[in-house]
Design a protein around this ligand. Structure first.
Ligand code: PEP
Length: 251
């Protein structure tokens, strides 16, 4: 049975007070979340410790939104995977399209970050997804395959137990335009096939694959009812406890 995950990516949206309020709001409503759904929240680095403290003793895991591609040393402004783990984080999001687009993050860099994340004991949520031009040109299967090959194929089948893939079509992120459940499902099934081709059916079967891109309470149920969609990576709607919990309740 695959893990069902609903993960909130808070991006660069919360100051300390706002993050504390949001974490408390989620904590207050945890009894509503089905026991088969794992919640993860990814606050900004500066909120991680406080959020971790508020959520300690609950089943909610804390993730970082990124980590450095070096272990330690003279890299001003960077935060290492080990530092993140030392604050209680269990996961790190890597390869988000905003990092690939605005910060020039390449697959080679993501591989380096992923090695360090595993060494620090972190699980990785790896984001992949095509942009609008690629979708319109019918290249979405090819693009997502290449993103997986370029990153995950550098690792072992055993490593895959610590990977969650998030399919996030870039044209759906923060736009209010959601992929239809059919569009999302066909890529999720494709991702699973690509994983199976390298690591075998069992690994592919056990891989949790999340959908991300304007997922909200009104569309989560339909998306999550698809056989290969194992939950969501949620941006905007993760900033309101009511919406985040309502999405988690869609299972
Ligand atoms: C995201 O950026 O990971 C995301 C899914 O954002 P949104 O839900 O706001 O589209």
């Amino acid at each position: 049975m695959r893990k069902k995950i609903v993960a909130g990516n808070w991006k660069m949206n919360t100051n300390l007070c706002e993050a504390v309020e949001l974490a408390k709001g989620i904590r207050e409503r945890l009894s509503e979340v089905p026991s088969n759904v794992k919640l993860i929240v990814a606050p900004p680095f500066t909120n991680i410790e406080s959020v971790e403290e508020i959520l300690s003793g609950t089943p909610v895991a804390v993730a970082a939104q990124n980590c450095a591609d070096h272990d330690k040393g003279a890299y001003t402004g960077e935060i290492s995977a080990k530092m993140i783990a030392s604050c209680g984080c269990k996961y790190v999001i890597l390869g988000h399209s905003e990092r690939r687009t605005y910060y020039g993050e390449t697959s080679a860099k993501i591989v380096e970050k992923m090695k360090l994340a595993f060494a620090a004991g972190l699980g990785v949520i790896l984001c992949i997804g095509e942009n609008l031009d690629e979708r319109n040109a019918g290249k979405h299967f090819e693009v997502t395959r290449k993103e997986i090959e370029d990153v995950l194929f550098n690792f072992t089948a055993e490593d895959m137990a610590n990977v969650t893939v998030a399919y996030e079509p870039i044209w759906a992120i923060g736009t209010g335009v959601t992929a239809t459940s059919a569009q999302a499902e066909e890529i999720h099934a494709h991702v699973r096939k690509v994983i199976a081709s390298e690591f075998g059916e069992k690994v592919a079967d056990e891989m949790t694959i999340l959908y991300g891109g304007s997922c909200k309470p009104s569309n989560a149920k339909e998306l999550f009812s698809c056989p290969d969609i194992d939950g969501g990576l949620i941006g905007g709607a993760a900033l309101k406890p009511d919406d985040f919990i309502a999405i988690a309740k869609s299972y």
